[in-house]
Design a protein around this ligand. Sequence first.
Ligand SMILES: C[S@@+](CC[C@H](N)C(=O)[O-])C[C@H]1O[C@@H](n2cnc3c(N)ncnc32)[C@H](O)[C@@H]1O
Length: 335
Amino acid sequence: MDDSDLQTVPLDNTYVETVVHHDREFQRYALDNGVYFAPVDEDEAERLRIIHNVFNRMFEGRLIFPPMPQLRRVLECGFGSASWAIDVAEQYPTCEVIGIDIYPNMAPEIIPPNLNLQVDDLNRPSTFASNHFDLVNSRLMAGGIHSNRWGNYMADILRVLRPGGWCQMVEIYFNAQSDNGTLTDNHALRTWSSRYLQSLQPYKDPRAALQLQNWMTDAGFVEVERRLIILPLSGWSSDPRDHDLGVANRDNVHRLLASLAIYPFTERLGMTPADVQLLVAQARIEADNPAFKAYFPVYVCIGRKPGGSGHSKGSRHHHSHRSGRNGDTRKRART
Ligand SMILES: C[S@@+](CC[C@H](N)C(=O)[O-])C[C@H]1O[C@@H](n2cnc3c(N)ncnc32)[C@H](O)[C@@H]1O
């Protein structure tokens, strides 16, 4: 038994109880404690599987961005449908992958033997042993980490990483942009965006994506690198790769415009369900309209814990190469 086994939180009803709002199922614990406002039903699990495929396309199948010749222990923060954790466990069968989520039931029942899914609230201080993991992954967690927790969240990740270990984070900035400036504040997509960002405050930091690099650096990570990648909301791009990415993302966008909004827009902003549905329907039409060239900015940030058998800048060509391509993506999308 290693240290992590000793920390396992027993599963009780607190974490599996759900409650229905406007035909969607939410985790009662998450709503009661202001932790997370998105549904946890099968529809949302399906959306998370779809977005995992979208990210796989975006990153050309790469699950792990930093240079990591050896992976023995990986921590996945907020495993959701467990798609990323399962892929990593299958690709690295000798690596022990541990996933944490407040809600366990979006993951499939059958998972690889080297994957261990545990229930815990990442807003609480981490109970894992120090210097334990080679890699910590945190993707799409801005809706779940309290706005005042980010500094300590980063510090906890740094503590549980072994010296030389890496943290990788991916966040979408849910502020729809237009690649040709045709979306105005009067459009439904922009209204959806500003209301979404407004509805999460002050509990969450909807601009967390923009802060990852500063927070990582402030926590003491080194070799921190950030990339901005655009995620087309539909297949509007003339570039074949971005076109296919947008086509794959369309289904995710249609689903998230409803699933992320329904609880915060009704309960926090006081909109009627009918008004939310109307706004979502209009926003979907605009997302699909190639004339708007609509996208969400995605931020990818990696950083290394100082010390250990870290890899100097010189050994990081692989990542730099990928980063350069992302820069190209941005440029191509403009044409
Ligand atoms: C948008 S999903 C992202 C899932 C996965 N990381 C991915 O990229 O597909 C967010 C997940 O984080 C979980 N979550 C939210 N807040 C959390 C918290 N404070 N502690 C642990 N898990 C949390 C939710 O239950 C949900 O499964």
